[in-house]
Design a protein around this ligand. Structure first.
Ligand code: 3PG
Length: 208
């Protein structure tokens, strides 16, 4: 429900969006992100081992693990069964929102337009992902949403980095941002989790 999502998204200004297939890197990566001050972890269901990555990350003290890229009721159910604390979707198709009404895990659906936001609001959602944020026009678009859609709060994701995160976080209708910039692919490949921790710690200091 909305309160569960609000409480999770309030934990840190940035939600790392994780695309990882190497299960052995899941724990050190989650440890680095949590130690850096980013405890809310979105693990995308885009790799064959995503569910195993979620199971490993859940073992890390302080980690609040959810799934991302959820598109179906089956994704919701498997995420809930694994103990995910939240689920994120790139979109908000009615069948997914209907499935979420019966799921035991809260959903953060994605939208890109006012109509989609209004459709999700009809299902009771007041927290939505704005995706893909930069490609859709970035912070000025969300700023323009605030006045006609004052009761909806967003987590923008897609193309966000240390350079533009503050433009979003300064908006009153943004609770946090999502992004992968704290986990550069070369750092993950090299197992350089100190670099991840340093980037997470910078991101955790961003003001909202
Ligand atoms: C995604 O779903 O890939 C997220 O939006 C992350 O986007 P980013 O890699 O551009 O931060």
């Amino acid at each position: 429900d909305a309160e569960a999502i609000r409480s999770i998204l309030s934990r840190a200004p940035v939600v790392p969006v994780i695309v990882l297939d190497e299960v052995e890197k899941a724990r050190p990566l989650a440890e680095a992100l949590v130690a850096g001050g980013l405890p809310v972890l979105e693990v995308t269901l885009r790799t064959p081992n995503a569910f195993a990555v979620i199971e490993e990350m859940k073992k890390v003290d302080g980690a609040i693990v959810g799934s991302g890229t959820a598109r179906t009721g089956e994704h919701l159910k498997r995420s809930a069964d694994l103990g995910c604390e939240f689920v994120v979707s790139p979109g908000a198709p009615p069948r997914l929102l209907e499935a979420a009404e019966h799921a035991s895990v809260p959903l953060l659906p994605g939208i890109g337009t006012p109509t989609e936001a209004m459709q999700a609001a009809e299902f009771g959602y007041s927290f939505l992902k704005f995706f893909p944020a930069e490609a859709l026009g970035g912070a000025p678009v969300l700023k323009a949403f605030a006045s006609p859609l004052p009761d909806i709060t967003f987590c923008p994701t897609g193309g966000i980095s240390a350079a533009n995160a503050e433009a979003y976080l300064s908006l009153k209708n943004v609770i946090c941002v999502g992004g992968s910039w704290v986990m550069p692919a070369d750092a993950i490949a090299a197992g350089d989790f100190d670099q991840v921790r340093a980037l997470a710690s910078e991101a955790a200091k961003l003001k909202r």
